[in-house]
Design a protein around this ligand. Structure first.
Ligand code: NAG
Ligand code: NAG
Ligand code: NAG
Ligand code: NAG
Ligand code: NAG
Length: 390
């Protein structure tokens, strides 16, 4: 059974009132770019993204060669399984392949995708039996790093969140963050349902009480050389906004190659998780969302939820550079909330589903929608929305 409150983005963010919104475009001569404001031309639901085997929520995705690769959170299988994460493929045919109103997600590995470790009440789902749960939930899409012969390494940072299973209140503030790597190779996963196998690179890649860079999201520079990783700051009890690290794209696993943005500059020393000087105003609302670089706007974009994190409103913020200045997130589209459970949550953008892999005048969106089925059980679906910018 899918617990009705199982999968809201783990940190219920508080509204923070002190958003220092950049007002109006302030040309920055060093980067010679202005903040842009995307304006919606049209948006409509074009399909439901679903794998008939799974009732699951909070799906993200990324382009891998000629298919889209998806990772999702809590997944209840038709065979009675319950996992903290599962993964899938979807196909293209001049855009996402939509058949009978469905974008079919498929994959044959009916196991937990990002495995709970032994110290996370593994091997599956992380349910400890004493009303606590390790929720190993991916918060952002896998970050793709191209190798030779179309191989792709896919990196996912996941917080080792330990929750009160009834209330979902975190039992540990600022847990460590694990780095997982999925290895896609066209010979082994190129043509069938096989999913890229997952390796745990480092269970404590970011130790407890350090900034979980990469968990909140990431973007790749337009030249493809640099990965920018966002992680959320915390004052011990509450989310305090996003901080930023960067690393050469080929050195994701090598912590000595990282640098960290703090006090308006880059440093080889990571700021502490409480450092307000590391906060990048408006780089996301603190709610769920997706960062990416758009060549259409010559800009970095963040698209996601408002900071309260329930509902299906989609906000957009832009910045000429990953370190900002970011525009104040503005609401551009409302989905339709479900009628049960949490209604709607986990807004995500899917640049990989667009024909230009995020570079054009359009974007696909999903959110998790909770509705009661005929038996009164909560079912989660993912409306797929196609939005076109002016
Ligand atoms: C719950 O059980 C887990 C696994 O045995 C243990 O590590 C943890 O300390 C327990 N938590 C509480 C609050 O009892
Ligand atoms: C979980 O929360 C409930 C309700 O507040 C509380 O009674 C219980 O003791 C909590 N359990 C743990 C392990 O913290
Ligand atoms: C999918 O590819 C893997 C790796 O080559 C192979 O082991 C497996 O048999 C293939 N499955 C199908 C259904 O073709
Ligand atoms: C953290 O921030 C929250 C929200 O602003 C505030 O209520 C809380 O008192 C702060 N906690 C600490 C330890 O500063
Ligand atoms: C979304 O809904 C809110 C609340 O009803 C409304 O204030 C807002 O104008 C709507 N925005 C859009 C873009 O539809």
């Amino acid at each position: 059974m899918l617990a009705p409150f199982a999968s809201i983005f783990s940190a219920f963010a508080l509204l923070h009132c002190a958003l220092a919104s950049p007002t109006g475009p302030t040309p920055d001569k060093t980067i010679n770019k202005r903040a842009v404001t995307p304006v919606l031309s049209a948006a409509s639901q074009v399909a439901t993204a679903s794998d008939p085997y799974w009732n699951r929520d909070s799906c993200t995705s990324v382009r891998v060669q000629y298919r889209e690769f998806w990772t999702c959170r809590d997944s209840a299988g038709s065979g009675g399984e319950f996992y903290s994460s599962t993964a899938s493929w979807s196909d293209f045919n001049n855009g996402p392949l939509i058949t009978n109103g469905q974008l079919y997600l498929y994959g044959d590995d009916h196991g937990e995708y990002f495995k709970n470790q032994a110290d996370e009440c593994g091997p599956t789902a992380g349910i400890c039996g004493n009303n606590t749960r390790y929720a190993i939930w991916p918060d952002s899409p896998p970050l793709p790093v191209a190798g030779s012969n179309n191989a792709v390494k896919l990196y996912t940072w996941i917080k080792k969140s330990c929750l009160n299973q009834s209330t979902l209140a975190p039992l540990t503030q600022n847990p460590a963050t694990s780095l997982y790597r999925s290895d896609y190779s066209p010979a082994n996963q190129g043509t069938n349902k096989t999913l890229p196998p997952v390796t745990l690179v480092n269970e404590n890649f970011w130790p407890a009480n350090s900034i979980p860079y990469g968990d909140y999201g990431w973007a790749i520079s337009p030249d493809g050389k640099t990965a920018y990783l966002y992680g959320q700051l915390s004052n011990g009890t509450a989310n305090q906004g996003a901080a930023l690290a960067r690393v050469p794209i080929g050195s994701i696993e090598d912590k000595s190659q990282y640098s960290y943005y703090n006090n308006g500059g880059w440093s080889s020393t990571a700021p502490s998780i409480t450092s307000t000087s590391a906060r990048i105003a408006n780089a996301g609302t603190m709610g769920q969302g997706t960062f990416y670089y758009s060549s259409f706007f010559s800009s970095y974009l963040w698209i996601g939820a408002d900071s309260i994190n329930l509902g299906s409103g989609f906000y957009v913020a832009t910045a000429p550079a990953p370190e900002g200045p970011w525009t104040s997130p503005t609401l551009f589209y409302n989905g339709t909330n479900g009628n049960a459970g949490l209604g709607a949550y986990s807004q995500q953008a899917h640049p990989g589903l667009t024909s230009s892999n995020g570079g054009g005048n359009d974007i696909y969106l999903t959110f998790s929608k909770n509705d009661n089925d005929a038996n009164g059980n909560v079912q989660t679906s993912h409306p797929l929305i196609h939005a076109i910018w002016k």
